[in-house]
Design a protein around this ligand. Structure first.
Ligand SMILES: [Zn+2]
Length: 463
């Protein structure tokens, strides 16, 4: 989110390094998020300026191709103003004839977030290809404390990026609400139904996920499972198939107790996504590992990713993409608080900062950031996904585990959260996405209602 001191002009224009439309074709249109009963007319009255750029409204922004109005309409009602880096202002209007014109394409704006196409257009500092190769070559040689000291130094030295907001970036939430506002304006109504995000009348979905980095971490997984089960939670443990011995007895115990096993790559490095040839070379072993572990989910080691390739993974869902992240070797984020499909696979973005980022890199001494984030996401009816690790240096340390227990206890006092396994949320989202009928849990309708700034509309759960 842009603070009052930051504006769209803080972001220098770069050459568009975003990926072309092949990825966009596998991403859903914005209408699939809300599935409203209303429609907007095509915006053919506008001209296309040619390439995407930042359009900033108050407190949020989009990265999309600007479309300019052909002629002024003095009877128009202003819905929102967007400012370009050039300083030009483009308005979204409800015209005197009832038509609604918006200076960008909603689907393009949504897909440019989901496809992380905005990443080349911010001052978010990512390591380049050769720097990443160097980082991983040197990392193995350095003691862990020195690695951490270097990463903390890197964080301190760089400027805080103007986008995305951290830990919460509201632009996709605001985009969806503004879209709903435009639908209501065009239909000339104050409220309308839309497909509710979650089963029953749950306000938000909650999933707890763990990446197991070492064989010792796998042994410690059972301690975390105990803490969760005592409080009525289940979670997923993502294991690395080829780096440490996997004790089938531990996996069996976890699955027998209702926990889920997912895949965290073959090796804990960036090799899988380092080249197309390497990705194809590792794929058969990943298929075999997914069968052996009975896994339905995947998270890439250190969240390295090439989004276009994710649908080829042997999984129902992927949970690699952050909501908004500045700290991983490949920073970025979809900025969405909801799942979405990438081709055949469901993407479940992780929406709480990782334990490693909060407690190790930033040296937070409480669960306060997590608790605040949970509250904010529940207020917006999104997916709460916590990513943590059972290993030493993470929740394997007593002080960090105490913060996790604080989180679990706080979550236990939120009855409107749907406590689910990742595979259950993925199956739900796929069903909601394609509208399959006849399941035991009916898909219900919420209400979108004209609201007050800065939210445009309120979303109201089913009664
Ligand atoms: Zn990992």
């Amino acid at each position: 989110m842009l603070g009052p001191q930051a504006s769209v002009n803080d972001i220098a224009p770069h050459e568009d390094v975003g990926r072309p439309t092949a990825l966009a074709a596998t991403l859903p249109p914005l209408a699939r998020l809300l599935q409203p009963k209303l429609e907007l007319p095509a915006t053919d009255a506008c001209e296309d300026a040619g390439h995407p750029e930042w359009l900033a409204a108050s407190g949020w922004r989009i990265y999309a191709t600007a479309k300019r109005q052909r002629r002024p309409d003095h009877a128009a009602e202003l819905l929102e103003s967007f400012t370009l880096a050039s300083g030009d202002r483009l308005d979204a209007l409800r015209l005197g004839d009832g038509n609604v014109v918006v200076p960008f394409d909603f689907d393009e704006a949504y897909q440019n977030f989901l496809g992380e196409r905005w990443r080349g257009q911010t001052d978010l500092r990512a390591l380049g290809e050769s720097q990443l190769t160097f980082y991983y070559r040197v990392k193995r040689l350095l003691p862990r404390e020195l690695q951490l000291a270097l990463r903390r130094l890197f964080i301190r030295l760089r400027t805080t990026p103007a986008f995305p907001g951290w830990p919460l970036e509201l632009s996709v939430d605001r985009l969806a609400r503004f879209y709903a506002r435009c639908l209501l304006a065009y239909a000339d109504v104050d409220q309308a139904p839309f497909t509710w995000f979650w089963p029953e009348a749950y306000h938000a979905a909650l999933i707890l996920t763990h990446d197991v980095e070492t064989g010792d971490g796998l042994r410690r997984a059972l301690e975390l499972a105990d803490l969760e089960q005592e409080r009525g939670f289940r979670s997923s443990f993502n294991v690395v198939a080829g780096d440490y011995p996997i004790d089938d007895g531990i996996l069996r115990e976890l699955t027998d107790r209702g926990f889920e096993i997912g895949l965290h790559g073959l090796h804990h490095d960036r090799s899988l996504f380092s080249s197309r040839a390497e990705f194809e070379r590792q794929l058969p072993a990943l298929v075999e590992a997914a069968e052996r572990f009975g896994s339905h989910g995947f998270r890439s080691p250190a969240t390295h990713r090439v989004l276009e390739w994710l649908p080829e993974l042997p999984a129902l869902y992927d949970c690699t993409v952050p909501h908004a992240d500045r700290y991983e070797p490949q920073p970025g984020g979809c900025c969405s608080l909801w799942p979405y499909s990438i081709g055949r696979i469901v993407e479940l973005p992780w929406t709480l900062p990782q334990d490693h980022i909060l407690f190790t890199l930033l040296r937070q001494r409480s669960a306060a950031v997590w608790l605040q984030q949970v509250q904010e996401i529940e207020r917006r009816f999104g997916l709460i996904q916590c990513l943590s690790h059972p290993d030493r240096g993470y929740l394997g340390d007593a002080d960090k585990r105490a913060h996790y227990v604080e989180l679990l206890d706080a979550l236990g006092e939120r009855p409107a959260l749907w406590r689910a396994l990742p595979r259950e949320v993925a199956a739900w989202w796929r069903r909601r996405d394609v509208g399959v009928e006849g399941s035991a849990v009916p898909i219900r309708e919420g209400t979108m209602r004209v609201g007050i700034a800065p939210d445009y509309v309120s979303f109201e759960p089913p009664l």
